[in-house]
Design a protein around this ligand. Structure first.
Ligand code: AQP
Length: 325
């Protein structure tokens, strides 16, 4: 029996290279080793202000982009969270086991509360409990995520342990899995690449848009003029090269940047070309799928049906252990 793997992505904007390098590429590499379930987590996405009119389009885009990037739907389940009502049902149960003090300490809550000062809602506060329910509903053991989510997965272990101790052994303690790119920084070079920070390159960006965004990306800020030697160790553009360029290119750019043989524009041009090489097939396949939303919806509906079966069984076990039958 393969271990169960669960992970999710919010339909909160275009899927970007931070999501791709930090999570999705890892998901793809783990498809054969685990029994994989991936969710488009729309109930998470509504914890910040959004426009209802674009939600369905975002869900289809998120699913299409993931499939186009290589999430082979013959080897995993992909579904939309709100199509399985047990996610919110289990959240309520787990809320009763979660101290408010722990949620107050969550870094993501503090950051998002700052970004959304006028809408610090209970859902935003409770986000990690819903995330725990997402995982435990399927008795997920492995959760491949970016570094920003590690604190939440640690909490999910604590909540699973609490449930097991109080009501009887039911849930495994989920373990996070990090990729070789656990935290991709945004083009501003300061913040994590995020949909909401508008500091990203999306997977469906046109080649000229990739170049336009990269040309404005922050590099080694100490390098003021073309003739100044640069320091790749503190340059976010050089870091991005590590994921899109070959070892020999990396080596050459490193040397030529330090000796000022090449400037930031030259370096960005090579990165842009290499990015386009990797992302263009994903963009083309994504657009094909986005233009045929019925086939994407069929895949998501089939996924939800499978998930509802598993979720019903888990909730029946939960209720039985808690004396709620
Ligand atoms: N910059 C990043 N580097 C590495 N991994 C990242 N992830 C997100 N950003 C980076 C990982 O991608 C997966 C899906 O993320 P998500 O969409 O569910 O949530 P998020 O972390 O909140 O992503 P964003 O882009 O920052 O969205 P907004 O701005 O809407 O909050 C997760 O595994 C995440 O760790």
């Amino acid at each position: 029996m393969k271990k169960r793997l669960f992970s999710g992505i919010q339909p909160s904007g275009e899927v970007h290279i931070g999501n791709y390098l930090g999570a999705i590429k890892n998901w793809i590499s783990l498809l054969d080793d685990y029994d994989c379930i991936f969710s488009i987590v729309d109930y998470h996405a509504i914890t910040v202000e959004y426009s209802p009119g674009v939600m369905q389009e975002r869900i289809i885009n998120a699913a299409a982009t993931n499939i186009a990037a290589g999430l082979d739907t013959d080897r995993c389940i992909i579904f939309v969270q709100s199509q399985v009502p047990e996610h919110t049902e289990l959240t309520w149960v787990l809320n009763t086991l979660t101290p408010m003090g722990i949620l107050e300490r969550m870094t993501q809550f503090k950051d998002k509360a700052q970004q959304n000062e006028k809408n610090i809602n209970v859902g935003l506060f409770d986000y990690p409990v819903l995330q725990t329910a997402d995982i435990l509903l399927y008795k997920g053991q492995a959760v491949p995520v970016g570094e920003d989510q590690v604190q939440h997965i640690e909490l999910s272990r604590e909540i699973a342990r609490k449930f097991n101790t109080r009501y009887g052994e039911l849930f495994p303690e989920p373990q996070h899995i990090l990729s070789n790119a656990p935290r991709i920084m945004g083009l501003d070079g300061k913040n994590k690449m995020s949909k909401s920070m508008n500091n990203y390159i999306s997977l469906i960006e046109k080649p000229d848009a990739i170049w336009k965004k990269l040309s404005r990306a922050v590099t080694d800020e100490n390098r003021k003029r073309r003739d100044d030697p640069g320091n790749p160790d503190i340059c976010n553009v050089y870091t991005l090269h590590k994921y899109f360029s070959t070892d020999s290119e990396l080596d050459r750019i490193n040397k030529q940047c330090r000796s000022a043989e090449i400037g930031c524009v030259d370096c960005k041009k090579i990165l842009s070309e290499n990015m386009v090489k990797e992302l263009e097939p994903i963009r083309e396949k994504s657009l094909e799928l986005i233009n045929n939303p019925v086939s994407v919806m069929d895949t998501l509906n089939a996924g939800a049906e499978k998930c509802r079966k598993i979720a019903k069984e888990t909730m029946s076990e939960v209720r039985s252990l808690m004396g709620l039958r």
